[in-house]
Ligand binder design. Structure first.
Ligand SMILES: CC(=O)Nc1ccn([C@H]2C[C@H](O)[C@@H](CO)O2)c(=O)n1
Length: 105
C-alpha cells in the first residue's frame, strides 16, 4: 500500500516549510514511498500536521556515500547530517534518500 503520511522531528519544521530542506534519509521501514504521491506531514512529537509534500524520488544510498551535496539539501553540513543520522539510526549503512517538494502549508 502506498504510504500517505510521514513524520519529521519538530525541529526540522521551519526548514521544510521554507524550502531549505528538500530531502530526508530514512531506513528500510520507510522506503515504500511512491514518486508523484502526495503525503501529509506531521510532527513526530505530537502528530501536528503542518504541510503536504509530493514525493519526487526514492533512491538507496549508503551512509558512507553521503556527500556535502546531500547535506546541503538537508540545510546542514556533512558533519551535522552524519551526526543526526547516527543519532536516529545508530550503526545503519543502508539508507533511502527521499526527495520531495512541498505542495502547500
Ligand atoms: C520522525 C521520524 O519518524 N523519523 C525521522 C527521520 C529523519 N528525520 C530527518 C532528520 C534529518 O534531517 C533527515 C535525515 O534522516 O530527516 C526526521 O525528521 N524524522
Amino acid at each position: 500500500m502506498t504510504p500517505t503520511t510521514m513524520t519529521f522531528f519538530e525541529r526540522f519544521e521551519a526548514d521544510i516549510l521554507s524550502g531549505k530542506k528538500t530531502i530526508t534519509l530514512r531506513d528500510e521501514a520507510e522506503k515504500h514511498y511512491v514518486p508523484d504521491s502526495v503525503v501529509t506531514v506531521s510532527t513526530f512529537e505530537d502528530g501536528r500536521e503542518f504541510c503536504r509534500i509530493k514525493i519526487v524520488s526514492v533512491e538507496p544510498v549508503l551512509f558512507d556515500a553521503l556527500t556535502d551535496y546531500h547535506a546541503a539539501q538537508e540545510n546542514m553540513t556533512l558533519d551535522e547530517l552524519s551526526a543526526v543520522i547516527q543519532d536516529i539510526y545508530p550503526g545503519i549503512q543502508q539508507l533511502y534518500l527521499i526527495s520531495y517538494q512541498r505542495v502547500d502549508a
